[in-house]
Design a protein around this ligand. Structure first.
Ligand SMILES: [Fe+2]
Length: 520
């Protein structure tokens, strides 16, 4: 090919942030801007490996992320050391246009219970490295596991300072309980939040998201954040979705607007695909037939089993018209389910194994039965119908199972409520606790927060099992030892400006063999 022909070919093929220098079979790209603008991530670790992820997007907010719509080869390396002197695995993956040029590499054959470093290479460009970690071998003695619980990261409502702090925690893993994105439109400037004037710190692009391209663009906007990228690069994540990855308070094939299920499922399929594309998930979670398998388990040697739940995809519709409502008869109905029969049986089976000192149930919506009545003159309790309180038969079955098996080592971690809560879980209010729950506040959703809200005192009075609540942004940091499960409520003084100050609002412990939270 002459230089002139070659130049013409490059012109024809150039587009956005890259151009191709080889034939259509597998593109050899040259980038005008680096393609790793969305960072790297790892997730779903096992004793012999984990998933490493990236997505090529030289211009994250441009159509197709600035990529040419052709398959592109991406090389990857995994090293035993931070300087990549000892590369233990390398290979090549194909970033396909069908998956928004995302790459998911499932590694196997690595050593258990140790850190690894990984990076990607495409054309002349190399990503920043990420750090991951294999799980300890199943039977190995493990003395300690530390992890962060976080989620609810509304892009407009604050800076991701909490993610920067999580990146510095050197956690063994991060559990993201959901609301990774919010589906709403650009809210258009000043509005009221918690009765106060609020100006978004940054704004969503465009309108409410419905199509696959809409969801991809929203993820690209969120994923371009440097603090979020730092947290992804610092540790493997176990991710799950809650409602806003699709639409507020959806369940199964229903949204809250009465859209015909067969129509809503089209939107849900687009949302699931974009979620898969942007998360370090195994192939087992690739959407199939309109659904995706998200409940899964991980075992940390003899110390802890973690059961990651999906409380959206298989559940019955919220009772009583959703919202905070009195307990209507429907709430107690035996045919209503939070987990679906298959997942419930899978969870009960896993809890009964008794191979580890602790069981962690990592899930999305509040399991504590919380009377959220805000009017001190009203004696009737109201309860949030989108939480386990709207599914009391399901909740009872789970707590009965924990109680009847004599399990004294169950901790639940949760999100969704945009405040920190710590509470004991009781079969019958007034009886002994069966398990305990740490509900992590949001990364940004709700903006700075009020600290103490006007109804905190009333809620404490109406809910003796509630040990603490705090309306600030942050995360929960769990430190699990042989005989102690310790959880810190981390809070930031503000998220409306970068650089918010981090502190520990409260620390609670569970002692193995005993039930109920203790203040520490
Ligand atoms: Fe949320």
């Amino acid at each position: 090919m002459s230089a002139c022909d070659r130049r013409r070919l490059l012109e024809l093929l150039s587009m956005g942030g890259m151009f191709l220098t080889a034939g259509p079979a597998l593109a050899q790209p040259r980038f005008i801007t680096p393609p790793f603008q969305l960072g790297v991530a790892s997730g779903d670790p096992a004793p012999d490996g984990f998933v490493i992820w990236t997505r090529l997007a030289p211009e994250p907010l441009a159509p197709h992320g600035g990529m040419i719509m052709a398959p592109v080869a991406v090389a990857w390396e995994v090293a035993a050391d931070e300087a990549f002197r000892h590369v233990v695995r390398r290979g090549e993956a194909i970033a396909r246009p069908e998956l928004a040029h995302a790459v998911h590499v499932e590694l196997a054959g690595l050593e258990p219970g140790r850190p690894y470093w990984y990076r990607f290479i495409c054309g002349a460009e190399r990503s920043l490295p990420g750090m991951s970690r294999t799980l300890p071998a199943a039977g190995a003695r493990v003395d300690r596991v530390r992890f962060a619980v976080a989620g609810c990261q509304h892009f407009e409502e604050g800076w991701y300072t909490a993610w920067r702090h999580i990146a510095e925690e050197q956690a063994d893993f991060v559990f993201h309980y959901g609301d990774y994105i919010y589906e709403g439109r650009d809210t258009g400037g000043t509005r009221l939040m918690n009765g106060r004037i609020f100006d978004p710190v940054r704004r969503h692009t465009g309108q409410e998201i419905y199509s696959l391209d809409d969801y991809r663009l929203r993820y690209a906007q969120y994923r371009a954040d440097a603090d979020l990228q730092a947290a992804h690069a610092s540790a493997p994540w176990f991710v799950s979705f809650d409602d806003h990855e699709v639409d507020n308070n959806w369940v199964a094939d229903l949204d809250q607007d009465g859209t015909p299920p067969e129509i809503f499922l089209l939107r849900r399929a687009a949302a699931f695909q974009a979620f898969y594309e942007h998360m370090p998930l195994r192939r087992a979670s690739l959407p199939r037939g309109g659904g995706m398998r998200m409940f899964r388990r991980a075992q940390f040697g003899d110390l802890m089993q973690a059961h990651f739940l999906d409380t959206r995809q298989y559940r019955s519709d919220q009772p009583n018209g959703d919202g905070d409502k009195p307990l209507a008869r429907e709430v107690f109905a035996a045919n209503r389910t939070m987990l679906g029969a298959e997942q419930e049986a899978w969870l009960f089976d896993g809890l009964a194994r008794r191979e580890t000192r602790w069981n962690l149930i990592a899930q999305q919506v509040m399991m504590m039965h919380l009377n959220t009545q805000r009017d001190p003159l009203k004696s009737e309790g109201v309860y949030p119908m989108d939480t386990w309180s709207g599914y009391l038969h399901s909740r009872r079955r789970l707590l009965d199972h924990i109680h009847d098996r004599g399990l004294t080592n169950v901790a639940v971690v949760t999100g969704d409520a945009h405040q920190h809560y710590a509470a004991d879980l009781h079969l019958d209010q007034g009886g002994a606790p069966v398990a305990s729950e740490f509900l992590a506040t949001s990364i940004t959703s709700g903006s700075d927060g009020l600290g103490e809200t006007p109804f905190n005192a009333l809620w404490r009075r109406n809910n003796p099992h509630l040990k603490a609540m705090q309306d600030r942004r942050g995360y929960v940091l769990c430190d699990v030892r042989r005989d102690l499960f310790c959880a810190d409520m981390k809070i930031l003084d503000q998220v409306r400006e970068p650089g918010g100050r981090l502190s520990t609002h409260a620390r609670f412990v569970l002692e193995r063999g005993e039930r109920g939270l203790k203040s520490a």
